[in-house]
Design a protein around this ligand. Sequence first.
Ligand code: FE
Length: 227
Amino acid sequence: MNPDHPATLASLPPDPVSAAAEIHMSLMHWIDLEGVAHGDAAAIEHIALQFMLHGHQPYEGRRREDVNALEHALQCAHLAELAGAPDALVAAALLHDIGHFDIDLGDEVDDRHEERAAAWLQPVFGAAVAEPVRLHVNAKRCLVSIDAHYAECLSPASVHSLALQGGAMSHDEVRDFQALPHADDALQLRRWDEAAKMSGRLTPPLAHYLGVLASLLRQDAPRLTVA
Ligand code: FE
């Protein structure tokens, strides 16, 4: 397995146990998992596998953007890193769309991917990662209401999904959203999300960001907790 190019399964053994062992050995080679609890290391392997299985998919389903799901995730995380965001927000940027991976309802239904992703992330990484992910869809609805330039720059696929997700927020909805814990992080994440659709943009590889995730999970690190 090569985490830089996780779109192919061809190099893995056909039986699941051997494939899982190879993924584990590859991660041990690329990422320092020392100090990460066994269950948490399995979570990192699960994330790596999800990108390997689904990273080649076009971002935003059949309404294609110029990047695939892995490229979009890496660009979003890279923009967060370049902005000096804390590791938890870089992780949220990387993982904000993993809820798309396990379900395909087509392009005419809101798949609530942010809720499924946040529910999985919360017990592993805590609120600092899970909540910006949970709020990133409503952050778009908020930004469309308060920032005309942001609204003008939405891609056609984002405009389409915005309608499915409830459209622009009302004044009262904006006020309530901005009062939520982690709303500021979600708004920032949403701006990186929209900018992370540039074909050919260079980023660090997935292995780099899996290392960031591992650093958040070390047993001696202060554990992220629910707000
Ligand atoms: Fe996204």
